[in-house]
Design a protein around this ligand. Structure first.
Ligand SMILES: Cc1cc2nc3c(=O)[nH]c(=O)nc-3n(C[C@H](O)[C@H](O)[C@H](O)COP(=O)(O)OP(=O)(O)OC[C@H]3O[C@@H](n4cnc5c(N)ncnc54)[C@H](O)[C@@H]3O)c2cc1C
Length: 308
């Protein structure tokens, strides 16, 4: 129960201020976030690729409230893509975008504005020789995000989708998205969702994850299996063997700083593993979701806060 409570509390400005300014946060943030600058991100990408890992980079930021902020995010992505290309890293590092950071929720045409910003980033990714994946946020954004995905794919067919097995709608979305050449990241879902739209028990979310995986492999999509759950990883590798997929015909994805030994073990077995690498100063929302996923992380963090 700690996870949902923490996600709810994280919306309080007082909690935000306490967590953002605490020195206790810093140590734990460093475990999940690669640093604040593009140079920090590039250095982390280099270190990961030297260990045989691929990367998808997230410039942290969400819930943008001003157009200028969204444009700054867009420009940070295009500059980062230029650097990845210059430093010979674009072959193994792509970027992940949150459309809310590109202005999706702004009134008066936020969706079109986010689409245009995403289009600029996709063009920069194409020029750099890499790809883009659109992260999925809470259920209220799914329809708009999938509409933007469809529009972008007309020009950039390699844009990756993300679907969340916790949502009831996702199995139908997966059937639509799972065609050959379609890059689809399957996650369980990191947002606190009402039971009117989402499974609430872990068992139901896990069963839905397995069903979605089966469809992605069977219908010929390129599955991006994003999970730290060993039983889901094993289900994916069994499906890959069943469908005759080689190690580069699908990929496993895990978050930066989580199960790093397993990331390397999978690479050692010839599988493609991509690490989701966040960087930037706006780490609060991302950090709180990682805490909420694991009671041990929260307990460690709270002990540090109260003992100061
Ligand atoms: C590459 C990647 C991209 C993602 N993109 C999105 C997205 O666009 N939208 C979205 O809603 N969600 C996204 N997520 C988050 C996802 O939805 C889950 O919230 C998260 O992955 C935890 O679920 P799990 O599949 O690892 O399984 P769980 O059942 O939550 O965890 C399985 C095991 O993994 C380990 N573990 C999981 N989380 C943590 C943690 N924070 N700290 C330490 N250990 C942990 C624990 O050992 C745990 O027992 C992404 C996840 C990954 C890996």
């Amino acid at each position: 129960m700690l996870g949902p409570a923490l996600l709810a509390a994280s919306r309080s400005p007082r909690v935000r201020s306490l967590v953002s300014t605490s020195r206790v946060s810093r140590g734990l943030v460093d475990r999940f976030v690669a640093g604040e600058s593009a140079s920090d991100a590039v250095a982390a990408v280099r270190a990961l690729t030297e260990r045989g890992l691929a990367v998808t980079i997230d410039h942290l930021g969400e819930d943008t409230t001003e157009r200028a902020q969204a444009e700054a995010t867009r420009d940070a992505y295009t500059a980062l893509l230029g650097r990845l290309s210059d430093e010979g890293l674009a072959g193994s590092a792509e970027v992940s975008l949150k459309l809310s950071a590109l202005g999706q929720a702004l009134s008066g045409g936020g969706s079109s504005f986010a689409l245009e910003n995403a289009r600029v980033i996709c063009a920069a990714a194409r020029d750099a020789g890499t790809t883009v994946t659109l992260d999925m946020e809470d259920h209220t954004t799914v329809e708009s995000t999938l509409a933007i995905l469809r529009t972008l794919r007309a020009d950039f067919p390699w844009v990756g989708a993300v679907v969340q097995s916790c949502l009831y709608r996702t199995e139908a979305d997966v059937r639509d998205l799972a065609h050959p050449g379609s890059r689809v990241r399957l996650v369980k879902g990191a947002y606190r969702e009402p039971r009117t739209v989402a499974h609430t028990s872990k068992a139901e979310v896990d069963s839905a994850y397995r069903r979605c995986l089966a469809v992605l492999f069977a219908q010929g999509a390129y599955p991006m299996v994003a999970t730290h759950d060993q039983s889901m990883i094993e289900a994916a590798t069994r499906l890959a063997a069943h469908h005759g997929r080689s190690g580069d015909d699908y990929e496993l994805q895990m978050l930066y700083g989580i199960r790093t030994a397993e990331q390397e073990r999978q690479v050692g077995m010839g599988r493609r593993v991509r690490v989701y690498l966040p960087y930037g100063s706006d780490w609060y929302g991302y950090f709180m979701r990682r805490l909420a996923e694991r009671p041990a992380n929260v307990a460690f963090f709270l002990r540090g806060l109260v003992s100061r």
